[in-house]
Design a protein around this ligand. Structure first.
Ligand code: NAD
Length: 300
């Protein structure tokens, strides 16, 4: 018995890295899995279906059930096709894990509009399109009186929560995913849909060069940066056992943290309109009262 027996799960970007580990972990817990991936380069170029096929072969060799989906998750019709494939193949959809991603790192002063658009497109649109199609399906079921225990697991990043130098495009997309998730939880609970997000840390082609030392596999002991360490959380968030919604979880190895978003940290109310030259002193007091913001990754 697994905690996802009878569930049908889609994992986007499941050909490599974290998505691959999630797909294998879901299948090991009894889920039937749609392994979505276009096999793009780290920068989002080209296609190669061999990684997605390898994941399906790994799952089926272990006695699990999985099929490949080759749609671009950021394409509106492609995302619709992916949701339809789950329902056509196994008659249902229970969990959507939005994981696909790319990077095009550059300092803001050097970033091209193409680098900005490509990253925003894959992360934000690549999350919204499948979510939008999935929630249409779940709302229809809920309105027809069929019980729904649907789960959305979105992938944000520490870069989105705290900011990361040379990743303004990526961090902005990941911050958007974090806020989207809280709104999805607030809007969709009435249909039986829970939405949570993760900010993972693991070895993949996205991180193994940029953070080589931190990501290196130790010669012995706990390999904390193995992507498989992130998947148990994702599987639980994607299961009917999950009883939280609208939350952000940071996970790195065995370290699991609940994160919190923007908060009102200090407030002063004059009860009337300010003069511009009054503002400085009030801001000084408010900043003294408020906790220090978390440092931006990579800032000096
Ligand atoms: P990865 O490059 O190994 O995997 C990303 C996968 O997404 C690739 O297989 C790629 O082909 C696929 N993909 C890209 N565009 C796609 C599209 N339009 N449609 C379908 N598939 C597409 O990287 P990873 O590290 O496993 O990253 C997975 C997710 O985790 C990403 O969203 C990433 O931003 C996020 N993340 C990773 C880390 C980390 O430490 N590795 C940290 C924070 C966030």
């Amino acid at each position: 018995m697994g905690i996802c027996d009878d569930r049908v799960v889609i994992v986007t970007g499941a050909g490599r890295g974290l998505g691959r580990a999630h797909a294998i972990a879901f299948a090991a817990e009894g889920a039937r899995v749609i392994v979505n991936d276009i096999g793009a380069s780290l920068e989002g170029e080209g296609t190669d279906m061999s990684p997605a096929h390898e994941v399906v072969e790994t799952i089926t060799a272990a006695g699990g059930q999985a099929v490949v989906n080759a749609d671009d998750c950021a394409d509106w019709d492609g995302a619709g096709n992916m949701i339809a494939q789950a329902i056509d193949t196994w008659g249902r959809l229970d969990t959507l894990v939005c994981n696909a991603g790319i990077v095009r790192d550059r300092m803001i002063v050097n970033m091209s509009i193409e680098e900005w658009d490509a990253v925003i497109h894959v992360h934000l649109r690549g999350m919204f399109c499948p979510v939008r199609h999935a929630v249409s399906h779940w709302r229809e079921m809920s309105k027809a009186g069929t019980p729904v225990q649907a789960r959305i697991v979105n992938t944000s990043s520490g870069a989105g929560l705290f900011g990361s130098v040379a990743q303004a495009n990526y961090s902005s997309a990941k911050a958007g995913i974090a806020t989207f998730t809280t709104i999805a939880a607030a809007e969709l609970g009435r249909y039986g849909v829970q939405a949570n997000a993760i900010a993972p840390s693991a070895r993949s082609r996205m991180t193994e060069e940029a953070f080589a030392e931190m990501m290196a596999k130790p010669e012995s002991g706990f390999d904390s940066m193995d992507p498989a360490n992130v998947s148990p959380l994702v599987v639980w968030l994607g299961s009917s056992a999950c009883d939280v919604s609208g939350r952000m979880f940071e996970i790195a190895g065995g370290e699991l943290t609940v994160c919190d978003g923007w908060q009102r940290a200090a407030t002063f109310d004059k009860g009337a309109q300010y003069e511009p030259d009054e503002i400085g002193a009030i801001v000084t007091d408010l900043i003294r009262e408020a906790p220090q913001p978390a440092a931006v990754y990579g800032a000096q």
